[in-house]
Design a binder for this molecule. Structure first.
Ligand code: NAI
Length: 506
């Protein structure tokens, strides 16, 4: 088997270096694994041999392939043993000074035509290359943990990187069974940048007292199809990893308000509630299992009031059909009768504002999130305003859970949970396209493979309606008066014609 790079050096035998060594050896390259700590090297070899033995047991590799991989893995106790490498990938400690001095030494050791790459996740590729004699042969090669399972790698061009180096790294990624995506050297590259919308907006919602962690997790999993809720995800990643990433991207973008971190995670990190590995994060863990309070049961009511639907409701026809299917007594007058429940379905606006603008009795007004087609969700979400009467809230809750679909009740805000989080994700993705950090197609690939979202952010925008997402953002900007909800010009221009249509555009 001939790979683009016959001999590959990997500097740093930690979690990432091991993973990179594993897939490079499996692709057929000779791997020279280097670490300053001899114990780390020995552990890495034992760990990799055990991995390959497991793959053999599971029948994923045959005995000859396992033997070949083991023989291709060579341990290097000093840097000079990397002299014959065609490519060296660095995965050492995340410090600019240490990385720079490693590459300065490496340049003295390897051939002039050898390619050098860094697996940094938060430093600038250009900054690492600044002291190099041949920065053109150097690029970013950002893998995700665990490397063999996370099948995407960001190939990052620094300001001086030769495009041929990126092409070579991309070809080699494919040989290792990974999908390369090309990114400009910008803070967070693609995946860590695109990931800002999810947790950051969810934290704002908690910070505003709209809903608790568990409710937000349930809503985003059941309505949008995320595998993990944002708080489950932060517990898994652990706040000692994710909070510094949030801070770093925010500061690197000169305090761009969209990326502003949350005092909630700062405080929980300070208190040691970092997540699953500490036994407690947003959830408490017993035997590795999150302890989640059961959801309150839907109220059982003998009789329900008639329902009147605002003529301005989003997806009004679908909402009518839903209410009909649930057996509601639907009113068709111009305004609700004195006992009716008034249902509104705003996009981006809060229920209170809608009640005032539409001259409805706020005590009988409840909002429902209709951004996503009801048939496509496994949960409904309703919001009260501060004046909503309990009997009206309970009537809406009881009616909307008649068919057994769970209903979450949240407090009023500009934009429901799903609207806010989806709009934040789509808007940040649009801004990544606006900045030409990557192509729209690579953005979608990076996010689905790197973050595991059910859809790429542009496809998500198209699925739930680009104009709906724009409406959410425009109205939230009005409610909050905050530039963080300002729609990206890219989204504004393409809102009317669809986002994924433009995948072809570089
Ligand atoms: P780690 O702490 O598990 O391993 C780092 C290894 O590098 C250690 O074995 C250490 O002895 C060795 N090392 C330190 N200085 C060295 C030097 N000057 N020369 C040779 N070896 C040296 O770290 P991990 O998690 O593997 O991360 C490594 C790099 O990968 C960092 O730059 C990190 O930002 C990046 N990264 C990490 C991800 C993760 O999820 N852990 C994801 C993507 C990138």
């Amino acid at each position: 088997m001939q790979t683009s790079y016959r001999t590959v050096g990997v500097a740093g035998a930690g979690a990432m270096g091991r993973g990179i060594a594993q897939i490079a050896a499996q692709a057929g390259s000779i791997v020279r694994l280097y670490d300053t700590q001899p114990e780390a090297l020995a552990r890495a070899r034992d760990d990799l041999f055990a991995q390959w033995d497991r793959l053999l047991e599971k029948g994923r590799m045959d005995a000859a392939a396992v033997q070949a991989c083991k023989s291709r893995l060579l341990l290097a106790e000093n840097l000079h043993e990397l002299a014959d490498c065609d490519l060296v990938v660095e995965a050492i400690v995340e410090r600019l000074d240490v990385k720079r001095s490693l590459f300065a030494e490496l340049e003295r050791v390897v051939r002039p035509d050898a390619v050098l790459a860094t697996n940094t996740s938060s430093l600038s590729v250009t900054a690492i290359a600044a002291g190099m004699q041949r920065p053109q042969r150097f690029g970013g090669y950002h893998f995700f943990n665990p490397v063999p399972l996370m099948k995407v790698v960001e190939v990052i061009a620094g300001l001086k990187t030769d495009p041929a180096v990126c092409a070579g790294l991309s070809a080699f990624a494919r040989e290792m069974g990974h999908t390369p995506v090309l990114a400009q050297d910008t803070p967070g590259f693609i995946v860590n940048h695109a990931g800002r919308g999810y947790g950051t907006e969810a934290l704002r919602i908690v910070g505003e007292g709209i809903a608790d962690f568990a409710t937000i997790d349930r809503i985003l999993k059941d309505q949008v199809g995320f595998k993990l809720g944002p708080f489950e995800l932060m517990d898994l990643t652990a706040l000692d990893v994710s909070h510094p990433v949030m801070e770093s991207i925010y500061h690197q973008y000169y305090e761009e308000p969209r990326y502003r971190p949350s005092v909630i995670t700062a405080q929980r990190l300070a208190g040691g509630l970092v997540g699953r590995k500490a036994g407690e994060g947003f959830y408490r863990y017993v035997d590795g299992k999150a302890q989640v309070e059961p959801e309150p049961a839907a109220p059982q009511l003998a009789e329900l009031p008639p329902v009147w639907v605002s003529p301005r409701a989003a997806r009004r026809a679908e909402l009518y059909q839903l209410l009909k299917d649930l057996g509601a007594k639907i009113e068709t007058g111009q305004s609700p009768s004195p006992n009716a429940l008034a249902l509104v379905a705003p996009l981006g606006f809060d229920v209170t504002t809608v009640a005032v603008v539409e001259r409805l009795d706020p005590a009988r007004t409840v909002g429902i999130d209709m951004l996503i087609d009801d048939a496509a969700t496994r949960r409904r979400v309703i919001a009260t305003n501060p004046a909503t009467r309990e009997d009206m809230r309970d009537a809406a809750h009881a009616l909307l859970s008649r068919d057994g679909k769970p209903v979450s009740v949240i407090r009023d805000s500009g934009g429901f949970v799903t609207q806010r989080v989806v709009a934040a994700i789509v808007n940040i993705a649009a801004d990544i396209c606006q900045q030409r950090i990557c192509s729209p197609r690579d953005l979608e690939t990076a996010v689905t493979l790197g973050l595991g979202y059910p859809l790429g952010p542009l496809a998500m925008g198209d699925r739930w309606g680009p104009t709906n997402v724009l409406e959410v953002l425009f109205n939230m900007q009005t409610v909050y008066g905050d530039p963080r909800y300002r729609p990206s010009p890219w989204l504004r221009r393409r809102g009317a014609i669809g986002l994924s249509l433009l995948h072809e555009e570089a």
